[in-house]
Design a protein around this ligand. Structure first.
Ligand SMILES: O=C(O)[C@@H](CO)OP(=O)(O)O
Length: 199
């Protein structure tokens, strides 16, 4: 029996384009969440977990409104975080980003990601779990499953309400089934990706 994890970045939040950290979903974000729910309507979800931040909690509520059999639950393991600091392999063009990150933030982020991986990348036969979280958290899970070097999380990006699926069959390693699938979103709702992926 296969265990599936559906990783989704929250919908676009109001004023995201003006750099506000958190807030309610924008009308576009709300629509992204509704279309995500429709996309998942055939999936026998066994659990829905979400980051406690407002943009993720509201995305989870919007999904649950259209999928009444699921009850979303918050978990601090899915908070937005910084999984690592600069490593010797990190491209220099990321220095400005890491320049504004404190050691304490990195320490907390690394610990959170270790706990999140230990909690969620553990086999539960026939489980279908939806995780509504943040760009960096999904990047860390994808990097983990691919066995990529730690710095690579910086280069893995997901759009708002894009669908990334991980799966594990009995006795097999976790595998990446699909990454940032946007098939349920029309072009005007595909938001949140950097214009150019920086490597
Ligand atoms: O700030 C961001 O770019 C990302 C980092 O994870 O967060 P979010 O998915 O909440 O927009």
């Amino acid at each position: 029996m296969t265990h599936y994890l559906y990783l989704v970045r929250h919908g676009e939040h109001l004023d995201a384009e003006h750099g506000l950290d958190d807030g309610p979903l924008s009308p576009r974000g709300r629509r992204q969440a509704e279309l995500l729910a429709d996309r998942l309507s055939g999936v026998p979800l066994t659990a829905v977990w979400h980051s406690p931040l407002e943009r993720a909690a509201e995305t989870a509520r919007a999904v649950a409104e259209r999928l009444p059999s699921v009850t979303p639950e918050p978990t601090a393991l899915l908070f937005d975080c910084i999984p690592t600091g600069m490593t010797p392999q990190t491209p220099a063009l990321y220095e400005p980003f890491f320049g504004s990150v404190t050691e304490a933030e990195v320490e907390a982020g690394s610990a959170q990601m270790a706990d999140a991986v230990a909690e969620f990348l553990v086999r539960k036969p026939a489980a279908h779990e939806l995780l509504i979280t943040h760009n960096f958290v999904i990047a860390w899970f994808v990097r983990e499953v691919l066995g990529a070097e730690a710095w690579r999380w910086m280069t893995i990006n997901q759009a708002h309400c894009g669908l990334t699926v991980l799966a594990q069959r009995a006795g097999r390693p976790w595998t990446l089934v699909t990454h940032n699938d946007l098939g349920h979103l029309p072009m005007e709702l595909r938001t949140g990706l950097p214009e150019v992926a920086l490597v």
